[in-house]
Design a protein around this ligand. Sequence first.
Ligand SMILES: [Zn+2]
Ligand SMILES: [Zn+2]
Length: 192
Amino acid sequence: MRLDPRAPLVLDTRELGRRPGSQRRMTFEEPAPADLGIEVLRVPEGSPVRFELRLEAVMEGVLVTGTAEAELEGECVRCLEPVHDEIVVDFQELFAYEDSDTAATSDEEDDEARRMEGDLLDLEPLLRDAVVLTLPFQPLCQDDCPGLCPDCGARLADDPGHQHDEPIDPRWAALLEHQHDQQDQQQDQQHG
Ligand SMILES: [Zn+2]
Ligand SMILES: [Zn+2]
């Protein structure tokens, strides 16, 4: 599949002229692609992602260094309250020229070295990897979120003194029933 030069996250590096040492700084904003993040925390599709990048031509390709900033939305894993946050991810990645030997002969760990297509490079897979690596996998609405009441599901952070009039724990229920029986017996004796 060839890259589309008009795609929002595809950069054209022609200006660098493949001259090692030539550089270009770029600051731009693009809408977030779909499915950026993990199930419980993601960058909303279409929300702005702000990039600040430096592209630098090196022998084997183009080195991309910089940051991307984006909004996050998700759910607290303890109480399911919506979580809103921001993320800043750092990049430093070499995109090898298509015809570069360096990347082709690199060891197995580097097998997935990113490649350019002609003068084009695609930031999207780089952005995806960086975002997923940076996200907390257990988002919380607050660090000490007490979660939900195990009996009724109420959010304990909203109601810290949360209690139930009728204890629902079966051991308590049994104890209460026993007390009621004793009261009944006492009443019977009084009437008798
Ligand atoms: Zn929470
Ligand atoms: Zn409760």
